[in-house]
Each structure stands twice: as C-alpha cells, then as structure tokens.
Write a protein of this length. Structure first.
Length: 291
C-alpha cells in the first residue's frame, strides 16, 4: 500500500527544485537506498498497418516500487524516458500520482521531446507530506504515435525499447528520487516494445456489413456476396471461420453464433478489431468499422 506521511519536517523547496530540475546530487549520500527502489516502464506489443503506421500508437506507464529495505518517505523525484525517434513520437504525457486528501503537488514539470519525456516532481515545498512506495505506484502515463520511415512498408517485426536515460533536456534531467533531502538513483527497468506490420486494414471477423458489430445483416451480407455478386472489399471479414476462402459455411457460422445456443463465434479477430494473421489470398483493403 502507498502511504502518505504528513510530518513536521521542513525541507526548503528551492533545494528540492534544484535537485530535481537540474540533476544536482547531494554529495556522499546516494547509494544503497536507491537500489531498494525500481523505476519501471511498461512495454507494449503493437499490430499496425504497414501502409499507414502513423494511424497507430501505444502507451506506457512509469511506476515506482520500493522492493526492499526500510520503507522510506519520498519527497520528490525526476526521470527521463527515452525512445527511438525514428519509430515513436511521444505526444501526450500525464502525471498519474494521486496526492493525499485531494491536494496537488507543489511542482510538476513535464517536457515532451522527440527523443523522450522528462518529469520533475516536488511533492511539497515546505515538506507537509511525503509518499512511500511499498506497493508499485503509477507515476506517469505516456502515449506515443508510430512514425513514418522504417515502419512504412515493413514486412518484419521491429523491436525497440523505452529506456530510462539521463541525457534528455537542457540541462539534462537526472533519474533520481529524493529522501530526506538526498538524491538517490533507483534501479531501472526498461519497457520492451514490438511493432508488427500487417498488410491491409484491421477488421472484425464475421462483420460483413463493417459496422463494428455482429448481427443478422452480416450473415445476409455473406450470402449476398456469394450468390448475387454483392461487392466486398474486406473478404477476411466475410471468412468467419478463417478457412482462407468465403463459402456458405461462413454465413452459417455467423447466423449460428447469433441464434444457435452453444455455437462458437467467428474466429479471431473477434469481437474486437484486429488483423488477420493467417496467410491466405483474401485480404482486407478497407474496413470502416475499425479505426
């Protein structure tokens, strides 16, 4: 559980601000305490359309957790999380730390740069409260957009990472937590990211009408494609059983999923949007029901 400590200790706000904003260490005081804390960035696996990677994105959450030692009271922290700017662009960063009693922190400065995000937080200039992190606690959420360039037209999965770095900003922002006026470097855990390209558009299997839901019109739509030549620009959606071809079996699969007790639903991707990972000749040129 995360605890807040309202103490009578007073620490000059200016000192904390200098420590966090300008990366100043308190000489001779950092060491073992910092390694009791783990600063972690969550990873992500992203499927995207290779023709249009900028329509896709991912998010990460930075958290702090004291995993060993005597529980310490944290007065502030600073961090920098770097990314490969040829693959990812940070677009939104939001502080997730909830102070006690509905109050707000006295200083919270976030900077979004092409190559990463920095944040410096001072909980209380006069030292009115501190926070402990004996359970993992979210600090910062960051949203990224995929970039054109290496990802456009890619045919293989790209692996990258979100790494804590102390080189972002001018002057560079240190990675540190502040306890009793001293700045300590925490242990760091990067976030692994995989970016998997796909041909065509994301879809919901069985949704022949492309309205984002499964209903009678979808079964009828498959029959109309098969027997009266109705147009279809996302055959993967009509292939409800993922057999690699569209047949009357797919219409029955959809109708039974709706009206036959115990019948299986369409194959993945269903019921949410996703890509067809099965190699077949069908394809999906467009699908308005998925973003």
């Amino acid at each position: 559980m995360m605890h807040y400590n309202f103490s009578s200790t007073r620490l000059t706000g200016t000192l904390l601000l200098l420590i966090l904003s300008f990366g100043m260490w308190v000489p001779g005081l950092y060491g073992q305490v910092g390694s009791d804390f783990v600063l972690r960035a969550s990873g992500a696996d992203v499927d995207y359309a290779a023709a249009n990677p900028t329509s896709y994105g991912l998010s990460t959450v930075i958290s702090l957790h004291q995993i060993s030692g005597v529980i310490e009271q944290v007065q502030g922290y600073s961090l920098g999380l770097g990314n490969d700017s040829t693959l990812l662009m940070p677009i939104i960063a939001t502080n997730l730390l909830v102070p006690p009693g509905g109050s707000s922190v006295d200083f919270d400065q976030i900077a979004i740069l092409p190559e990463g995000v920095t944040e410096g937080v001072v909980l209380s200039f006069p030292g009115l409260f501190t926070i402990s992190f004996e359970t993992e606690t979210d600090l910062l959420g960051i949203e990224y957009q995929l970039m054109d360039g290496p990802l456009t037209g890619a045919t293989t999965t790209t692996s990258t990472s979100l790494d804590f770095v102390d080189t972002l900003g001018s002057p560079p922002v240190d990675i540190s937590i502040v306890i009793e006026g001293a700045s300590y470097p925490p242990s760091l855990a990067s976030g692994a990211v995989t970016l998997t390209p796909h041909d065509g558009a994301p879809l919901i299997r069985g949704d022949a009408s492309q309205d984002g839901s499964l209903d009678l019109a979808d079964g009828v739509g498959i029959l109309q494609y098969l027997f009266i030549g109705a147009a279809a620009d996302c055959l993967d959606a009509l292939d409800a059983n993922d057999s690699g071809n569209v047949s009357i079996t797919d219409a029955i699969r959809v109708l039974c999923a709706l009206y036959c007790s115990g019948s299986p639903p369409p194959e993945s991707p269903f019921p949410g949007c996703g890509f067809d990972s099965t190699a077949d000749p069908l394809g999906c040129l467009s699908y308005p029901g998925c973003p």
